[in-house]
Design a binder for this molecule. Structure first.
Ligand code: SF4
Length: 104
């Protein structure tokens, strides 16, 4: 994908959340097993079904929880590309967003 494609898709995702997309922010996976269950669910989603991917991963467009977790500190965030590098997601993101697959 070109940078423009990334930028367009990031805007589209941002708009979906701004329009009130309800996503599964809970339960937060507490261990590797629960994390893997969410990943498995994501792998079963059609690659073109962006909305369902966002729903299952619990995307939100702001820092989350008391600790204000964000993509910026997540191990999957590529800062220069503003990209989520978790293979099951692989989408452009903003540093201030979050999803329940957040990990450091
Ligand atoms: S896994 Fe979630 S929190 Fe981490 S970079 Fe991707 S979208 Fe952001």
């Amino acid at each position: 994908m070109s940078k423009k494609d990334d930028d367009d898709l990031r805007i589209r995702i941002g708009n979906m959340m701004a329009e009130g997309l309800k996503t599964l922010t809970e339960p937060f996976p507490e261990d590797n097993h629960q994390f893997e269950l969410v990943l498995r669910e994501l792998r079963d989603i059609d690659d073109n079904d962006l909305e369902q991917k966002l729903v299952v991963s619990g995307f939100v467009d702001k820092p989350y929880g008391e600790e204000e977790q964000r993509c910026l500190e997540c191990m999957y965030y590529l800062v220069h590309r503003k990209w989520c590098d978790l293979p099951e997601l692989a989408v452009p993101v903003e540093a201030e967003w979050w999803c329940r697959l957040w990990r450091i």
